[in-house]
Ligand binder design. Structure first.
Ligand code: HEM
Length: 413
């Protein structure tokens, strides 16, 4: 414990000063130094989460791994162990009855229905198409002096890919983005529940119409195949079908946009690493792993609740308490990574947790990796003099609870 000259606990003061409001932009801005404080002084830290009786933020690598793999935690907010009202998102069974909100055996059944479409071999078959999408997007900005890396490149690329896989018109993407951003940014944020309800209604209606359309006119795409499974009977309910499509749309683009955006930012902030990558393009696979570690696109793992009492270090997590595992913090844990705050695209020991761990390990990891590698390779090949278009201080992180991603990233071409 560190005391100041008046005997007050400096660490407590500094934590109080940060106030650990996971929804604030101040937290997003200073998160990495707050995590460092927490790992050293309060690795299982109480935080206030609306509608939750008690919540714990877990920040050390080994604890995050343990929590992500612990079957005594449930992903199901409707579980009996949890008391209090349900967050509005969870009330909507047409969005929240998906694999990321379920435990086995439902989780196993739901994941099995789609996992064949996301294996490394299946994803490798998309390489040419992803290259083409990246090049077309870059052609569109070729003659300009600057672009917003998020708006013009990082956002459209993954959403076009996932829309094509699902069989959804990618022209609707701006509409999804608005719905999806609101839902992801406002989950657990009571002041914004009102706005949230409207977006949830519209998104649900869109999904219902899409499903109806595929029922009448099936095509060779993932939604048509899932509609087929649902109509055959016992494997998938209507709410699960709609929630699955919702999850794939949201997970398919809310995350990868941040890998491309944050990855671009990290390279621009570290010109030596950018130069190394330009002169050795074969480093790209390794570089993407380091970028995933350095600015992890998913900052906090999905909410989990204790089904029974759990002891973690010297903290007792009671039945019904929420556990929030910080992936971003684990990926900067000094006990696990050498010089964790340095970006080193040649890092060898890099068992980062950006895609989670255990049974909920990211289904789309092979796709996200390929999209990230292709997007960044094409970007730096096409625009070797790429520079930040504003000072790094002027950049703002989205005030998102779960994700780490920039609002905009102006760059000079
Ligand atoms: C850089 C991009 C991505 C990152 C960093 C990422 C990260 C994650 C993480 C951390 C989890 C586990 C969450 C938890 O256990 O609480 C997860 C789960 C998941 N991800 Fe991703 N993801 C990315 C891209 C994608 C893509 C492109 C898809 C494709 C649709 C996808 C689909 C999923 C699905 C379906 C799950 C739930 C798996 C389950 O519950 O079994 N993700 N992702």
């Amino acid at each position: 414990m560190i005391m100041n000259d008046k005997g007050a606990n400096i660490v407590q003061q500094s934590l109080a000063r940060w106030d650990i409001d996971l929804f604030s932009s101040a937290f997003k801005k200073h998160a990495y130094s707050i995590y460092k404080d927490l790992r050293a002084n309060s690795p299982v830290h109480p935080v206030n989460i609306p509608l939750e009786r008690k919540a714990w933020l877990v920040t050390k690598y080994d604890d995050v791994v343990a929590m992500l793999k612990d079957h005594r935690l449930t992903m199901d907010a409707r579980s009996d162990c949890r008391t209090g009202p349900l967050p509005p998102f969870v009330e909507k069974k047409y969005l929240s009855t998906n694999m990321l909100s379920s435990d086995p055996p439902d989780h196993t059944r739901l994941r099995k229905l789609v996992q064949k479409g996301f294996t490394p071999r299946m994803v490798e078959g998309l390489r040419e198409r992803i290259e083409k999408i990246a090049q077309t997007l870059l052609d569109q900005v070729q003659d300009r002096k600057q672009m917003d890396l998020i708006e013009d490149y990082a956002f459209p690329l993954p959403i076009i890919v996932i829309c094509e896989m699902l069989g959804i018109p990618s022209e609707d993407r701006d509409q999804f983005r608005e719905w999806s951003n609101t839902i992801v940014d406002t989950t657990n944020h009571p002041e914004k529940f009102q706005m949230f309800s409207q977006q949830v209604r519209e998104f649900t209606q869109y999904l219902q119409e899409m499903i109806e359309q595929k029922r009448k006119y099936p095509e060779d795409d993932l939604i048509s195949r899932l509609v087929q499974v649902e109509s055959e009977g016992s494997h998938l309910t209507e709410a699960e079908l709609s929630s699955m499509i919702f999850l794939l749309i949201v997970a398919g683009h809310e995350t990868t946009v941040n890998l491309i955006g944050n990855g671009g930012l990290a390279l621009l902030e570290h010109p030596d690493q950018m130069e190394m990558l330009k002169s050795a393009p074969d480093l790209m696979e390794q570089a993407v792993e380091e970028l995933l570690r350095y600015y992890s696109p998913v900052e906090l793992a999905t909410n989990r609740w204790a089904k029974e009492e759990i002891c973690l270090r010297d903290t007792v997590i009671s039945k019904g308490d929420m556990v929030i595992a910080s992936i971003a913090s684990a990926n900067r844990d000094e006990e696990h990574f050498e010089c964790p705050d340095e970006l080193d695209i040649t890092r060898r020991e890099n068992r980062h947790l950006a895609f989670g761990q255990g049974i909920h390990y990211c289904l789309g990891a092979p796709l996200a990796r390929l999209e990230g590698q292709i997007a960044l390779s094409n970007l730096i090949q096409r625009f070797p003099d790429l520079r930040l278009g504003v000072s790094a201080d002027a950049l703002r992180w989205r005030p998102s609870y779960l994700m780490r991603g920039l609002k905009t990233l102006p760059v000079l071409l």
